[in-house]
Design a protein around this ligand. Sequence first.
Ligand code: AHG
Ligand code: MN
Ligand code: MN
Length: 335
Amino acid sequence: MTKRISLTRYLVEQQRVDGLIPSQLRLLLEVVARACKSISHAVNKGALGGVLGTADSENVQGEIQKKLDIIANEVLIEANEWGGHLAAMASEEMDGIYLVPNRYPQGEYLLLFDPLDGSSNIDVNVSIGTIFSVLKKPEGDRGVEESDFLQPGTQQVAAGYCIYGPQTTLVLTVGDGVAMFTLDREQGSFVLTDENVRIPEDTKEFAINMSNMRHWDAPVKRYIDECLQGKDGPRGKDFNMRWIASMVADVHRILTRGGIFMYPWDKREPSKPGKLRLMYEANPMGWLVEQAGGAATNGRQRILDIQPTQLHERVSVILGSKNEVERVTAYHSAL
Ligand code: AHG
Ligand code: MN
Ligand code: MN
């Protein structure tokens, strides 16, 4: 029989052998995985669980919240606040940071999440997910402040996502490559199904919302235009296109078979640097992609090197197969 390695065993072994995961971080990751399992169950119930549809509220980004955005946010908070491994949390669905209540012990980590990514796909039964990023609280005895979260992506100590699709899969990095764990529903546990995820350096597949083409900047237009010219154009090969409108699902495809994903700045809201959020979307996904041999930039610089100035800061995102990301990035400096 093939040996099955559970997430718990994987984390224990990483802690024991490589010393990569301190025990508090191991506990944190187990708790996040448990919360994702619970969100996965709610997603699977769909209309039967009364979880579809819109809530009567807006988040700090001015987006109408779906019921599942709120449910997933609550599940993550309730699972994580009492274990003693965290000092504070931040979420796409909360305006400010969430301090661990005084009645619980305080840990040394900060957890950021997009509780439900791909909200527009919830009601249409298309893959969605949860994205998370873990930082260390700065040294010192004072209470946590929002500014403590404003650390560049290079400071992440763990990052990952859980995709709720035909399978529920947890994808994780602690800085030693990328591992994937598939949820075994009968056993109720995540089982290691890929421990050396690699993104091919070249690709013939791009992901971008083409309906925004008229709003893009010249370098992005140039890149896509060259892809669309196919075999007869400057690239000398035909390209395929995918756009799922759930970043988790697009990134999962790229981690599985390569590709390039772009949500660039566009002229619709010129004052915003992009649509996606740096701290709980671009940073964790950027680190995962880099850990799998890919690259992630905003067109001008590596995503992970950006010094955040706001919790809900937005950013232009270009990530995936290394050679394609480098090409788009080079087009930005050429123009
Ligand atoms: P969220 O549901 O957390 O707000 O994120 C949705 C994001 C991302 O997952 C996806 O790539 C993008 O928005 C889709 O945007 P468009 O609908 O503009 O294509
Ligand atoms: Mn999202
Ligand atoms: Mn979301």
